[in-house]
Every structure is written in C-alpha cells, then in structure tokens.
Write a protein that binds this ligand. Structure first.
Ligand code: DGJ
Length: 724
C-alpha cells in the first residue's frame, strides 16, 4: 500500500520507489510535516521534533510550555491561536472573529483520484492513492479536508484543501489557500519564472533569506509576470544533480506563492488563490474547493524535475485524446497580415502554404465584425463579408481542398466598446457601479461569472465548431481584469467575482472540449500570459510568446521547459527583421528554434526568395521525418543561456538524438567549449548521420563534442546521431 497509517506512531507515510512524504499527528490534534524527500523503506521518527520553552511562544496546553504552534512544522497553518507565520487560510465567523481551531478528526485512503468540481486537475485512472485527512473546528462546526494524491510512478504528490461549513450560519472565507508545508531546513535557493509580455519565463534564482519571499498575480489571470510556480533547491543543485522541491499551481487566475524562512530556520511554502480581492461567502452546508498544487521532488537536478513535469503533464494533465497525438505544422496569418485580410490574398497564401508542406492554415485576428484594427468588434463574432465574401466556410473549404486543416482565432472573453454586443449588453462587461470602465487595448472584459454570458459564448463557439469547417481554435486573451464586479451577484459576493470568472471560463472550456474533442485548442494570452497547468488541462498547447525573435525565444523556451515539454509550446518561424525587436537572424536558426517547440510559420511565404522557400520546405520535411522525436522524445537542457546568449539542449528517444546549440553572439576570444550530452545511453553506440563516425553514449555524455568557432552572430550548431 503506497499510503500507510501507523496506528501506534500516528504517522502517515506516503511513498513510492522515488519519494517519501510523512505526516504526523501531535497531541492527537495537530498535523505536522515530518519528511519529504528520497524514498524511505519505513519511517519511525528518527528526526524527532524539537520542544523547547522559547521566549514569546504561546502554548495551547498551558502546562506544556515547550509545545507551541509557532514552532511546530505544520501541514496547515493555524489561525489566531499561536502560529504567527504566514497563513494559508483565514475564516471570519459571523460575529466578526478571525479565530479557528482545526483539530485532527479522521482520515480515509482510496485507490483513486477524483476530479475537483468545476476545476481542472491532474487526471488518473490507475496507479494513484489518495489520502484525505479531516480536521474539524468544533466551535464553529467547520471542516477542513487536506487531500493528498500520490502518483505511483512519479515523484509526485498533489495537494489541495477543501473548506466545508457544517454550521447553520454563513462564514466568510477571507483566504482559502490550497496548501502549506513546513520544511525543516533553511539552506535553499528559490527559483521562480518571471517576466512580462514578450519576455516570459526568465529564470530567477536567489538564496532565501529571513522573512517572506512572494510572487503573485492580482491581474485576474496567472500572468506573464510570474508563473504560478516556485522551486526550492539545495544551493549546489544544478541542471544535472541535486535536490529540488517544486510546487506548481493548477489554476489560471489570481494566485499567491510564498516562502517564509522563519526565526528558527525552517521554511514554510504556501500556494493558493490570492487572498487580496477575494472573499467567499461559505453558507450553511456549502463546500469550497481549492485548486490543486503539484508537488514534484527531484534528486536529479532541474532536468530531473522537468522530466517528471513533462511526462506527467502529457499523460495526466492535457486532454487524454491529445496526449499521444501528433501536432500539425501550422501557418498563422497574424504577422503577415495583421488586420488586412482579403479572401483572395488568403487563398494565395494558402496555396503557397500547401506547396511548402504546411498542414494547418490558421486565420488569426481581423476576420469578423468591423475589425480593421484592435480598437473594435470583439464580441461581434460574425464574418466580415467584405473581407471574406464566401464566409469562413468558403475559405475553410478551399483550405481543406488543399489538404490542410483550417484554424480560426477567437478572443471570446472580451468585448470592444465599439461593438454591437456592447450596445446590446453593456451589463455583460465586468464593472463596478459608478466607476468608469478601464480599457486595455481598447477592450473590456466579459463578465464570465454570469451563466448567461457563459452560455452565450458556448453557443457562439458551438455554432462555428459544429459546421465542421474548423479543426483548430486559437483562444486568445489580451488584457488583464479591472473593475472586477458583477451586477449578477449580491453586494457581499463581489469579492467572489475574480474566482467566479475563472470558474466560468473553465465551465465554457469544459463544455466545448467535451463536445468537440477533435478540435485542437491553442491557449494564448498575448503569448504566454496565461500559460499555466489550469489552461493546459483543456488546451494541449500554448502560443508561448508574442516575441518570435529567435534569440529571445531561446531564452523564453529554455525557461518554460522547466515545466512544459516542447510539444506544449507553439514556436513559429517569423520574418526578418523581426517585428518585435528588429533583429536579423538566419532562417536556419529560426527553424531550429521553432522545431524545438511545436513548429509553425508566421510570415508571408509569398515574399520569400526561391532559396528560402526551398529551405522552408526542407525544414518542414525534416520536422515531419523527426516529428516523433521533437514532440514525444525526451528533452534535456544542456547549457543555460550565457552572457553571449549561447545555450544548448538535447532531444532523444530510442532511435536517435539531436543536440541543438545556439551560438548567440559571435566573439573573438572564444573559449574551448565541449558540449556534453549527459543523458544518452552510456552503453549504446551513436552514429553521426553526416560523418558516419560512431561514438559510445558515454563518450558523448562525458567528453562531449566541440562547438566549432563561427564568425557569425546567431549561428546554430546541430549534432544528429542515430542510435545503433
Ligand atoms: C495576441 C496574440 O498573441 C497574437 O499572436 C495575435 O493573435 C494577436 N493577439 C491578435 O490580436
């Protein structure tokens, strides 16, 4: 049994081949964190808790001055009765007090993992065991359930909390965190992925210091500013070795992730919905479900962490029918056309696309209403007949005739002030009475907390999808939320709207993907603005960044690869000079970068020279021949971007391996650089497909290959071996 409860010692031991996690019960009422790390055959409590009569400590049992909630390593914080570290929940009673006293009540263990009502979560039908621990506050008749699911074949536990009101009166959930853990160490580096629009997923690594470190979003979405992820590593941990404790939040709205290094050298980590702008009226007999956190343990460095996330998310997060499905090579019209669209021009582009081997033709923004720039028409999801006289059907028919799939862009969650929809339904925008509507990109946000708005969007999308014209939808979302209020809900529920918005979005997506499981949905929020596990539960790929410059992409994709496999990252070859940064990079380098994700093109193919067209054809043919490696092979980072932006990574499977090294900026005093593969099968023989020279995997792993000097910026070196 992977989860055991020892009746004598009162330890819960969750363990598989790779990892153990131990929870204790102190004084028969407080849940303590006892161990998380490499698998233990058994646990008997050798790392005893320390009980000291410390200054300022308060004591739930007055005669026991060494027992204080402020120093116990807990599995949930407590409220108002002695634990003064950061709190993962806060409940206000009807008479206005902020005190609870949750004590251990009971537990159950089951060999399954249930879905969370209304929320995305990892799915599994076998090889999982779930522990549910019930804590009760007897004074207010409240229940807190801590739910842990252990994955048998991964060093993974998911955690979440459920809050239940069994009393007759309503209480207010002011903070409803998903998890809290107290690790008995202080020597950690904290890793986060931070950035902005067009500059997502920069890796930040810093030693933790006394006090609180926090990343968050109060923007309504998970945001490009911070990925809802933190990892603690040993200071010596590298890509290749060392311990990592990673936490990733399966949620797409406001979040908070906090790490507190407290006075006696233990480290508390918490994740949950952001308590700012949040409060939930928990009525009598109501239950509040929090989103789930994925806890990932690695003792094989950051690559070890990423391998686990990559496989886990492919198998247990994205819709099952997309887990093993190859993704088509697409052409997206955005950077070639922006809002200037005509049917004839699109058909010409489609012909060219078919000629080079494109498999999916995607019509981006600009096809509907009076959408001639980004200042109008969101919400008016009817085709602009001047641009497309034969409608979406006419264009899709032509694209299908050319043997390509057809995809269409929507930004369903928005409405423009200049739109028929806004004229008809001004109350459908998120708003707060008497305050002006703040616009972003001259657009407003639909109030997705309202079921009528949700139903309307389901209807619009269903009408398009049921024609059979559309094989792919790019679901965009280009601004953050302001005036987060809704006339649909009572005054005391206005701080629920942020979460209700996310629940509304999830409901829409749930209905659509169940109705149209074969439609490929690509997640986008001005690129990676909402690239999070919550969205990936519905949509198996994301447009990684609006920045399509190859150099910038090498950094962005490197960062995102901590969590997501290349198959989840849309990556396009765009034109030069690049539209975001004005840089010229070789077509070859742009190709390798895009092949390191889900290959696509986003440029006017008609404007390319004959030689460039040939090169594009070769790229596409190469990717098609090795698509299995790029999309389903293992991906390892070999060298992080340095000051010259040089970086390298490796794709490998049982048949072959491709290492790609981006040279970044050329420099005269080039040091000798041997790129070591680290992960090839040591015993196997690998044959260079160009020279036919054979090497052992061990040699390539340990001695590496020379990166030759090239006097050219942004050059790419590629090494390709067949496994013999
Ligand atoms: C933002 C997206 O990230 C772009 O790719 C493009 O679809 C534009 N929106 C269209 O408005």
């Amino acid at each position: 049994m992977p989860i055991k409860f020892d009746e004598k010692t009162h330890y819960f031991h969750l363990s598989n081949q790779q990892m153990s996690y131990v929870i204790g019960i102190e004084k028969e009422c407080y849940l303590t964190h006892r161990y998380w790390g490499k698998a233990l055959p058994s646990y008997a409590g050798s790392n005893q808790l320390q009980f000291i009569d410390r200054g300022f400590a308060t004591n739930p049992f007055p005669e026991e001055r060494t027992f204080s909630l402020n120093t116990l390593p807990l599995e949930t914080s407590t409220q108002g009765n002695g634990d003064h570290r950061i709190a993962n929940y806060q409940i206000r009673s009807q008479d206005g007090h902020d005190v609870t006293d949750f004590r251990y009540d009971s537990y159950s263990i089951s060999e399954s993992k249930s879905a969370i009502p209304g929320l995305p979560s990892l799915h599994a039908t076998a090889d999982v065991t779930t522990l549910e621990i019930i804590l009760k506050d007897a004074v207010q008749q409240l229940e807190m359930r801590l739910i842990y699911t252990l994955f048998e074949n991964y060093p993974i536990i998911t955690r979440r909390a459920v809050y239940i009101n069994l009393s007759e009166t309503t209480v207010a959930l002011e903070n409803a965190g998903s998890m809290s853990i107290d690790l008995a160490e202080s020597q950690f580096d904290l890793i986060t992925l931070d950035g902005s629009h067009t500059n997502e997923a920069n890796i930040t690594r810093q030693p933790i210091r006394s006090g609180i470190h926090r990343i968050e979003s109060t923007r309504g979405t998970s945001s490009p500013q911070h990925q809802p992820f933190v990892a603690l590593t040993a200071p010596y941990t590298s890509e290749f070795q060392g311990e990592v404790f990673a936490f990733h939040f399966v949620y797409s709205g406001n979040f908070i992730a906090q790490v507190e290094l407290e006075q006696y050298g233990t480290t508390r980590v918490q994740l949950g919905i952001h308590p700012d702008h949040f409060e939930w009226q928990l009525k009598s007999n109501d239950t509040f479900y929090t989103p789930e956190v994925v806890l990932n343990y690695s003792n094989q460095g950051l690559n070890g962490m990423s391998q686990t996330f990559h496989q886990l998310y492919q198998e247990h997060l994205v819709p099952t029918n997309w887990a093993q499905k190859e993704r088509p090579i697409l052409l997206n019209t955005w950077e070639a056309n922006y809002f200037e669209l005509s049917e004839q021009e699109l058909i010409n582009q489609a012909h060219k696309a078919a000629e080079v081997g494109i498999e999916l033709f995607v019509l981006d923004d600009g096809w509907f209403g009076e959408r001639h720039s980004d200042d109008s028409s969101l919400g008016d999801w009817f085709v602009n007949q001047n641009k497309l006289p034969n409608g979406i059907h006419g264009l899709a028919k032509e694209v299908h005739r050319l043997d390509m799939q057809f995809g269409l862009w929507f930004e369903p969650e928005m409405l423009s002030k200049q739109s028929q929809l806004f004229q008809e339904h001004p109350e459908w925008a998120l708003q707060v009475p008497n305050y002006p509507l703040t616009e972003g990109r001259q657009q407003l946000v639909l109030d997705l907390s309202r079921t009528d708005v949700q139903d309307y969007l389901i209807l619009i999308l269903t009408n398009y999808l049921q024609t059979g014209d559309i094989d792919y939808i790019k679901w965009d979302m280009n601004r953050h939320l302001t005036e987060v209020g809704s006339s649909f809900f009572a005054t005391n529920q206005q701080k629920e709207i942020g979460h209700r918005y996310v629940l509304g979005l999830y409901r829409i997506l749930d209905v659509l993907i169940k109705k149209f499981p074969d439609c490929l949905f690509e997640n986008c929020s001005s690129g990676g603005g909402r690239f999070d596990p919550g969205m990936m539960y519905y949509m198996p790929q994301t447009w990684t960044s609006d920045n399509s410059d190859a150099l910038c992409r090498s950094v962005i994709q490197y960062g995102y690869s901590y969590l997501y496999p290349p198959i989840m990252m849309g990556a396009h070859v765009s034109t030069t000079p690049n539209h975001q940064v004005g840089r010229n990079t070789p077509l070859e380098t742009r190709g390798w970068l895009a092949m390191s994700g889900n290959l696509g093109y986003e440029l006017d193919l008609q404007s390319l020279s004959k030689e460039d067209i040939q090169e594009v054809q070769q790229q596409i043919a190469f990717y098609q021949a090795h698509r299995h490696l790029f999309q389903f092979g293992k991906f390892y980072r070999l060298q992080a971007p340095d000051t010259y932006f040089a970086s390298g990574w490796l794709f490998m499977n049982d048949e072959e391996a491709i290492a790609i090294y981006f040279n970044g900026l050329s420099r005269p005093a080039l040091p000798t650089n041997y790129l070591k593969m680290h992960y090839l099968e040591a015993e196997a023989i690998y044959e260079d497909i160009h020279t036919n020279q054979q090497y052992s995997g061990a040699e390539l792993n340990q001695a590496g290959v020379l990166i030759p000097r090239v006097k050219e910026d942004f050059h790419t070196h590629v090494f390709h071996w067949k496994k013999i």
